[in-house]
Each structure stands twice: as C-alpha cells, then as structure tokens.
Design a protein around this ligand. Structure first.
Ligand code: SF4
Length: 305
C-alpha cells in the first residue's frame, strides 16, 4: 500500500440478493435472456467490436509473435513478483511516497484509516484479494496474466446473450468465469465455470494467450470434486460417470459394453441416430440426438484387415 493516489479496487456489486443469497449464473442468465432489448443491444455491440478488432489484428503481420511475447512478459512478472513489488516500493519511496505492507484485509483497513486521518484522502492501495492463492495453482495462475482488454467478452457466445450483469462480479465474460470463482471460492461462484460452451474463441483472441477453456475445465473438475466429497450417496449422473470411467479404463470391458449397447439400441436407433434415450438417460437426448453404435467399429475393421 502506498501513499499517496487512487481508491481501493472496487468490490463486485455482489450479485443480486436472491432469497437471501447471491443469484447463481443460471438464474441471472435466465433473467437476462428474457430481455429482448438487452440481447439486441448486446448482439449489435459485440458484433461491431468483433469486426473492428478483426480489422485491427489483420493489420499486424506479427500478431501471433506479439501474443507470445505478451504471454512471456506476464509470466515472467508473475514468476518474479516479489522482486517487482520491491522495485515498486523503491520507486515510490524515491518519489517521496511512503509504502505500508499489510498481511490481510483487517491490517490494510487499519493502515488506510490511520493514513487518511493523518494525511487526507490521496492513497494508492494495491490489494492482493486472494491472488496469492490463484498464483499457487499451476493451471489457474495464467488467469493473472489478464490485461483486461475485453477481447474475450466480445467473442463469447454466452456473454453475447447474457451480458455482464449475469456474472455477478466486476469481471464479466470468460475471464470472469475463471477469475471470480478463484477469488471468491467455488461455494459462492461455482456455477461460473459452466458459463461457457468451451468453443475456445476466448483463447483464440486473448492477446496474452490465457487458455481460458483449460482453466474452465480445471475449475469444473474442482466443482465436481467438492460435490463428490460432500455427498454421501452418489447422484445418478455421478454414478453413470463413474461406471463409464470403469468401462473405459479396460479394453475388454469397453468392447463388451459396445456389443451390449449395439443390441440394446435396436429398438431406439433409426438411420444411424438415437433420438430418444429411455428413463434416466432421457435428459441426454432432450436437446440433441446421439450417434448409434455402428455395426462395425474401427477396432473390428482394424482386426479384419
Ligand atoms: S482476452 Fe485475455 S487479456 Fe483480454 S480480458 Fe480476456 S482474458 Fe483478459
């Protein structure tokens, strides 16, 4: 923390109070999707920004090299953050400022209050706000490379339809979907890693090459792990996934399952597709069909060559 120049980082507007708790992303997204004017405005704005960004990038023959350089610079800074923070301290002191270090929010608040009482309201406050924890995660730490350019927002099909408020944080869009859960915890923001189709457009445009889909999948894995740890009886989806993992882990089990499924699908498959699965599996085919198991699999074909 340095004195003197700008206000502390503004905390998220904490999502909307919803029956005594913040709205989850699906709840907030449903409200946004019902607002046709909002969707029209967002569609127009994001399409315009996407086009202009594309034109600007098209003028740069070395765009990919620049992206790689940006990634490398940010990673180097994060690797040597302690050194750079001390350099910042030295620069501020050379300029006549005073630097205070705080271990936690309570200590920070106390110091700020004392400084304000003594010197008035011109402070620079750099807050960690959980970022050390993010830095400790080998997959999640790339999130901290973000330069807040917003390119990922304007290419995201989810953001284009829901807008920023649905994310319940000052960090909307794909970057919000990975940063907010890491800063606030999966208990508060555990639905955000699912606010993505994993299409990869965010990664393609990110000027510092943050692999947002990789972090989304990583966080989804943590959400599933937490749920599994909290559950005494596995739910049907989890039980199905565990059974599939067991089948896929062994070639003979996998091939036997294929044979059984080929027989089991007979009343369901038409023209190579299964359009409606029965009972507990029906949800899978509510929005999509599934390819039928072919009469001859690749393995069968390979053996008979
Ligand atoms: S495109 Fe990359 S740098 Fe820009 S806001 Fe998104 S994550 Fe951050």
């Amino acid at each position: 923390m340095t004195s003197p120049a700008s206000p502390p980082e503004r905390r998220a507007p904490a999502g909307d109070a919803h029956r005594g708790r913040p709205r989850t992303f699906p709840e907030a997204a449903r409200l946004a999707l019902a607002d046709t004017q909002l969707r029209r405005n967002l569609g127009h704005a994001t399409a315009t920004i996407r086009r202009r960004r594309g034109e600007a990038v098209g003028e740069l023959p070395d765009w990919e090299e620049l992206r790689e350089a940006g990634r490398a610079i940010k990673e180097r800074v994060l690797r040597h953050l302690d050194t750079y923070l001390e350099q910042l301290e030295a620069s501020v002191e050379r300029a006549g400022g005073v630097v205070h270090w705080a271990r936690d929010a309570a200590e920070c608040n106390r110091i700020v209050a004392d400084v304000v009482k003594a010197h008035g309201q011109t402070e620079v406050v750099k807050v960690n706000n959980g970022r050390s924890r993010v830095l400790a995660d080998p997959v999640g730490r790339q999130t901290l490379n973000c330069i807040r350019c917003s390119a990922c927002l304007n290419v995201c099909p989810v953001y284009e339809r829901t807008g920023g408020h649905a994310y319940g944080s000052v960090y909307p869009g794909p970057i919000g979907a990975i940063l907010t859960p890491q800063l606030e915890g999966l208990d508060r923001a555990g639905t955000l890693p699912y606010a993505s189709s994993l299409c990869g457009a965010c990664y393609e445009v990110c000027p510092v090459k943050i692999d947002i889909p990789e972090v989304l999948v990583h966080l989804r894995g943590q959400v599933v792990g937490h749920k599994r740890a909290a559950r005494r009886v596995p739910d049907p989806e989890a039980a199905t996934m565990e059974a599939l993992a067991w089948v896929f882990a062994d070639r003979r089990r996998y091939e036997l399952a294929q044979k059984l499924a080929r027989v089991g699908q007979l009343p369901l498959a038409r023209s190579g597709r299964v359009r409606r699965l029965p009972a507990a599996l029906a949800g899978w085919t509510e929005m999509r069909d599934a390819p039928a198991i072919p009469a001859q699999t690749f393995r069968d074909w390979w053996r008979r060559r």
